[in-house]
Design a protein around this ligand. Structure first.
Ligand SMILES: [Fe+2]
Ligand SMILES: [Fe+2]
Length: 258
C-alpha cells in the first residue's frame, strides 16, 4: 500500500496547485490513500467546509489541521458534516471536532492522528508524547499515521524515536519548509517537515510585501497569502502488506518552473 502525504496547503495558489496536480501524483506514485494538511488553506488561516469538500471531491481521504484549525469560525459547528477532517488531539481549548480517525483501505484499518507540539507553540493542552501514549491504548488499527504539527525539529525527532515501533509513519508539519531527512527506521517512516503546498516566492506562503511592511514599518497588516506559482511538498510512503510496516519513503518537492 502507498500513502501520499502533502504538507500545509496555503491559500488559493496552494489549493489550486493541489487540485491540479493531485490526480497526476496519485497516478505516478500508485497511491492508495491520501492525507493532506490543510490548516492554512482558507486565505492562509484555517479551512472552510467548501474547501474540505473540494479536497474530498479531488480524492483526499483524510484532511489534517494544526494551530490554525479553528481560525475560520464557520468550521466550528461543521465537524460532524466533515467526517474526514481532524484537528490536533491536544489542542487547547479543544472546542469541537476530533483528533483522529480510523479508515479502511485495502482491508486494513488506517488510523490518522493529528497532534500539536509544545516547543515555541502555546496552543497544546498536553505533551504530544503523553497524548500519544493514551491514544495507543484506545486505537485499534494495523497502520498508524501521525501528523505532528510542531515548530521544533528536535521535538519531532524525539517523538519519532519514542514511537517508531508502534506507528507506521510520523510526518512533521507547520514550518512550511521541507526538510531533507526522510528516512525509514525499524519499519517507521519519518520526515521532520513535509513542507507546504503554496506560493514558492513567499515567506512561508505569505506575501513578502505584506510581511516586510509589518516587519520594517511596523504596519498593522492582515495576513495576505502570496500569489504566484506554487510548490507542492510531501512524501509517499510504501507499506508492506504482510508486516504493515513502512519500507520506503520518497520525498516530493515539485517547484514551479523558473
Ligand atoms: Fe501551516
Ligand atoms: Fe501551523
Amino acid at each position: 500500500m502507498k500513502i501520499l502525504f502533502l504538507g500545509d496547503i496555503v491559500g488559493k495558489s496552494g489549493r489550486n496547485a493541489v487540485l491540479q496536480r493531485l490526480p497526476f501524483l496519485q497516478q505516478a506514485y500508485d497511491v492508495d490513500f491520501t492525507i493532506i494538511n490543510a490548516e492554512n488553506s482558507a486565505h492562509g488561516k484555517g479551512i472552510t467546509t467548501k474547501i474540505y469538500q473540494s479536497l474530498k471531491d479531488a480524492g483526499v481521504d483524510v484532511i489534517t489541521l494544526g494551530n490554525h484549525a479553528y481560525s475560520k469560525r464557520e468550521i466550528m459547528d461543521q465537524f460532524d458534516h466533515c467526517p474526514d477532517l481532524i484537528r490536533p488531539e491536544n489542542m487547547d481549548p479543544a472546542e469541537t471536532g476530533r483528533g483522529y480517525v480510523v479508515r479502511e483501505c485495502m482491508g486494513k484499518r488506517i488510523a490518522v492522528i493529528n497532534l500539536l507540539g509544545t516547543i515555541f507553540m502555546d496552543q497544546a493542552a498536553e505533551s504530544p508524547i503523553t497524548v500519544m501514549k493514551r491514544l495507543l491504548k484506545e486505537i485499534e488499527a494495523e497502520i498508524i499515521i501521525v501528523d505532528l504539527h510542531a515548530e521544533a525539529t528536535g521535538e519531532k525527532e524525539i517523538f519519532f524515536h519514542i514511537f517508531k515501533d508502534q506507528v507506521t509513519a510520523v510526518f512533521g508539519t507547520h514550518t512550511h519548509v521541507q526538510t531533507a531527512d526522510e528516512q525509514i527506521l525499524d519499519g517507521c517512516a519519518y520526515i521532520t517537515d513535509a513542507g507546504m503546498c503554496g506560493t514558492f516566492q513567499s515567506i512561508l506562503g505569505r506575501s513578502v510585501e505584506e510581511v516586510l511592511a509589518r516587519t520594517l514599518n511596523s504596519e498593522k497588516t492582515h495576513f495576505v497569502p502570496a500569489e504566484g506559482p506554487a510548490v507542492i511538498c510531501g512524501c509517499v510512503v510504501e507499506i508492506d502488506d504482510q508486516t504493515n510496516r513502512a519500507v520506503n519513503i520518497t520525498r516530493i518537492m515539485e517547484r514551479p518552473a523558473e
